[in-house]
Design a protein. Sequence first.
Lengths: 262, 255
Amino acid sequence: MSLTAAEPMGEPFIHLAGVQKTYRTRGAGLLAISEATFDVEAGELVSLVGPSGCGKTTLLKILAGLHPYESGKVRIGSPSQPFDPSRDIGMVFQQPLLLKWRRVIDNVLLPAEILGLPMAQSRARARDLLALVGLKGKEELYPYELSGGMQQRAAIARALIHDPKLILMDEPFGALDALTREKMNIELLRIWEEAKKTIVFVTHGITEAVFLGTRVIVLSAGPARMADNFRVELPHPRTLEMKTSEAFGEYARRIYKLLGME
Amino acid sequence: MGGHPQALQRYALAVLSHIGLLVAWYLFVKLGEVPKFVMPSPYETVHALLVPNYRWPENIAVTTVEIFGGYILAVVFGIGAALLFSWFRWLEMAVMPLLVSLNMIPKVALGPLIIVWFKYGIGPNAMMAFAICFFPIVLTTARGLREVEPDLLDLVHTLKGSRWQLFTKIQLPGALPYVFSGMKVAAILAVAGAIVGEFLGSDRGLGYLMLQVQVTLDTAAMFMAVILITLIGVVLYGMVLALEHMLVPRDARIS
């Protein structure tokens, strides 16, 4: 199985080759990921799609440097895009996980505080980012005063505060209602285009994966196996009408088929 | 803001129900012609304050010192122990099960022992309050320090944040609502602890006074003592509540 990026241009920003991960439970080894191999170019928004429990999150955490793995290679960064693992990762989780005792702006500033960045500049940047994610005027509110979608917007601003090169998102809109989710998808694409980040987006939503991704990587379940890796040739900016287009349907069917749902 | 008139209404109703109880008490005693030694009227109860022999100010001071002293010690040692547990996992694993077992002891049953070991007085009574307050504080604080969202841990780890940063920015502020929940429970228990201590052995304090006037059937003085003990508890509880309002934003509080 050799799945590489469709058009490798020089050295890719992320390079995974033959990554394997086993969980040990009661002596028995449970293979969580087998042979994950793919590249991500700088500036791409790659959707990682697969059924629940297929190891998507594990793969994301390996990229974040949070999980060890047995074999294979993970390299992030390239000569043109040097990568500092402590400063160049922004994380967004399924839950916003804002700190209840901090105002919105102070939540956004958390990574800057941990990294010891100059506070005055970071504060100004936090205001800009909150405006970028559509939370202008909400800086001084507490998280409980925001809706679920707004909280997740704040969490995205928090992931951007230290200007990381790579944003890892683990089903960030999975806990939102369907309409808010659609809206957040469009917002994310806008933020991605403005902030010019590389994003790896984990989801189990097939249409979400196609709609957002410049590329989709499909993982099949137990153990996570690379099932497909293809470029999504839909124009940008993406619009909701595209979801009903023939091309979109083709991509979605391709994933459904791989996951054995057709 | 928008709920202001509603909040006002709630306060008014709460005050009314308190006044209602006083009126009911008065009417019950007057209309039922209840003898004074069974149940004094509100007026007679307040009147008991005028008996100089009862040395109210001194007794109030003694009981207050016992309650606050034992309580503050329990807060300091309870939170301190919970912090040590969160820093040294092995210590928690060794000591926590022991604390859970010791918590099963009815602390009141330790009273006679405390008297044997430390004689009676303000110190041993404060110790009684301490013994009864310590456990809820240490148990809830330890629990609060343990409950950190795993994803938040990951967030700090990707930024290579230090353990100290994790503690000061996430763990400790996240545990505060639990700390206050334990402190509020303990505030009520502290009063009971100190009074039981005074019942078992003392020569001063409102609990001691109650035993004295029981002999002479001065029920009005007993009523007054109970009211004063309750008020000390209310003041303590109110102070804890005020501190909580200062340190913990509304949504994070555990009621």
